[in-house]
Write a protein that binds this ligand. Structure first.
Ligand code: N01
Length: 553
């Protein structure tokens, strides 16, 4: 199968591959498994010192799966994995997911083709050889016909540029780059958490219980709902295993890749009393389901959305005892249009004596200094600063790599005005480069492990097609990205997502252009890419294989 020559390198591995995969998280690990099973010579590189990608880096206190429910946030391709790994909780914590991914790495014998502690520093396309030349942080030069970017939609940390932040002399940790070699000790310390997205909301209740005093620096109040985490009932797991083929089929056809059957009822079809009863029932059970399984129009109709928004605001007013603090916590955007957050006692944390909420809209940060942070109303001394400030999402890691494509053009030049793609899997001017969970794919709004499998399978089949036809390069034909962008936008326009500033739209990163770069069509998206493959890859320019002899640089 492989047409590449294997040239031993000093680090005693082969420098030339069929496929280089960047990232050893859920996506990269499955891509390795499925490509290697076809006899392709594949090598995975990851900057981390463990497999797991996002689940390796995000070790902050409270990090948990938010997708409903264990055992459905997992690989679906192997019944053995499903049957052999026991998920202890409905919303597994970071350590459990990392244990699962290590179990998969061992069970599928993946480690022999994964190089950890190695970042890919550059990648450039060479037209004569129809190969990518890649350089690692260890200075190794590599060549491969294909590059698969499985580098994570949420892995490029957003480090806020705030006056004086570099002068802060205490400990400082970003939630997405949490120390891997030590436990952070909050005991007896004054801590500040900047940011109240999922990472902030998950960590705040735990840090508050451990530290002397916690200051929460909040820019946008958020809707969060109880996670409802609890031990998994063994009977539930037994049932999931017994019905696994059926569940897998269902996950592929539901909008978010969830195993649950979505409601077809509209919010306006119910009376206010009925809605309250429905929301209360889901609130008590906990989990994402209150947003995705109660009413079918929560993401498409502002009236429907407001009914749930107001329900949660009422909950906040009920939970938080001080009305002034409760007022600061009331969100005013459309619920669910920022990534929905699950929590364990978040709002109740503001009833604690050792917690101060700073509303940065009314009381903005003036500057950080060696001993803390000064806001307009006064000074907040701190020993530990936790940056829960999120990520340059979806495109950030690819832009940091900034590969050079055809004619030496860089990705950042191509993406200056918009994040263009074809099928969310390929980029114009970047032949033989594939993305998993890239812009304009369902990525972050679908069951991510399942989406990674489906996208990787498409990439695998595309590579096999090329090999069988003697093709050397594939890339989007001119203009096809524009039509694809319109298709993605037409799905988005049916929803409320674009109306809110969020990392989905790029609005969280100063200077990033606004583009809701997620295909919200889930199952329609996967049907579409399957149709493209079945029809012989219309929309792609296909190039015959050059007969130039290749060699490593
Ligand atoms: O990041 P975020 P996150 N000054 O971008 C604030 C996934 N995830 O790491 O809203 C002041 O959501 C920012 O304020 P604002 C999940 O998909 C999953 O929490 O922009 N504040 C916001 O409050 C999630 O959505 C799990 O006004 C600043 C916060 O920082 C995604 O990762 C767990 C600021 C950032 O929130 C990202 O979540 C955790 C500044 N300069 C994460 N810059 C699971 O449960 C930013 N903020 C699986």
């Amino acid at each position: 199968m492989s047409s590449t020559a294997c040239i031993p390198a000093a680090s005693n591995d082969c420098r030339e591959f069929d496929v280089i995969v960047i990232g050893a998280g859920f996506s990269g690990m499955y891509a390795l498994h499925t490509l290697r099973a076809q006899g392709l010579k594949v090598r995975v590189y990851d900057e981390g010192h463990n497999v797991g990608g996002t689940w390796n880096w995000n070790r902050y206190p409270g990090a948990r799966v938010d997708f409903p429910v264990a055992p459905y946030y997992c690989y679906t391709f192997s019944d053995e994995l499903m049957n052999e790994f026991d998920w202890p909780e409905r919303q597994p914590d970071q350590a459990t997911v990392l244990r699962y991914l290590n179990f998969v790495a061992d069970r599928m014998d993946l480690r022999r083709d994964i190089e950890l502690g190695t970042r890919i520093n550059s990648a450039s396309w060479h037209e004569t050889t129809q190969r990518w030349r890649v350089e690692t942080s260890r200075g190794t030069q590599l060549e491969a016909q294909f590059v698969v970017c499985a580098s994570g939609a949420l892995s490029s940390a957003n480090m806020p540029k705030i006056p004086g932040i570099e002068t802060f002399a205490g400990e400082c940790y970003h939630t997405g780059r949490w120390p891997q070699d030590k436990d952070v000790d909050f005991a007896g310390k004054r801590v500040a958490v900047l940011g109240t997205g999922s990472s902030g909301v998950q960590s705040i209740p735990i840090i508050a219980r451990q530290c002397k005093h916690l200051t929460v620096l909040q820019r946008t109040p958020q809707y969060t709902v109880p996670a409802g985490n609890r031990p998994v009932d063994p009977a539930f797991i037994a049932e999931a295993r017994a019905t696994w083929p059926k569940v897998k089929r269902r996950m592929r056809v539901t909008p978010f890749g969830s195993p649950f059957i979505a409601s077809t009822t509209r919010a306006k079809d119910h009376t206010p009393e009925q809605r309250r009863e429905v929301y209360e029932r889901f609130w008590q059970v906990g989990g994402f389901n209150i947003v995705i399984d109660t009413y079918c129009d929560l993401f498409t109709d502002e009236f429907a959305n407001e009914t749930l928004s107001e329900f949660i605001r009422e909950k906040i007013r009920g939970i938080v005892k001080d009305p002034e603090i409760a007022k600061k916590l009331l969100p005013d955007y459309l619920v669910g249009t920022k990534r929905q957050i699950l929590d364990e006692g978040y709002y109740d944390t503001y009833n604690r004596d050792n917690v101060t909420l700073v509303d940065l809209r009314a009381d903005p940060i003036v500057e950080f200094h060696a001993g803390g942070v000064r806001t307009r109303s006064g000074d907040h001394p701190i020993d530990v600063l936790v940056l829960a400030t999120g990520f340059d999402a979806i495109t950030g890691t690819l832009q940091r790599l900034n590969p050079r494509g055809r004619g030496g053009v860089t990705l950042n030049e191509c993406w200056k005005g918009r994040f263009s793609s074809y099928l969310g899997l390929t980029i114009p001017h970047f032949p033989n480069l594939f993305m998993i969970h890239g812009p304009e794919s369902p990525g972050v709004l679908f069951n991510m492990p399942l989406g990674a499998e489906l996208e990787s399978d498409w990439i695998r089949d595309c590579i096999l097609h090329m090999r069988s036809k003697g093709l050397g390069a594939i890339e989007p034909a001119p203009g096809v990205d524009v039509a694809w962008g319109e298709e993605v936008a037409s799905f988005a326009r049916m929803t409320l997502f674009e109306k809110t500033d969020s990392w989905y739209t790029g609005a969280n990163i100063p200077g990033k252009h606004r583009q809701f770069a997620v295909h919200v069509g889930g199952p329609q998206y996967f049907a579409k890419i399957a149709e493209v493959a079945a029809s012989g890859y219309p929309g792609f320019a296909l190039e015959q294989e050059n007969t130039v002899t290749t060699s490593a640089a």
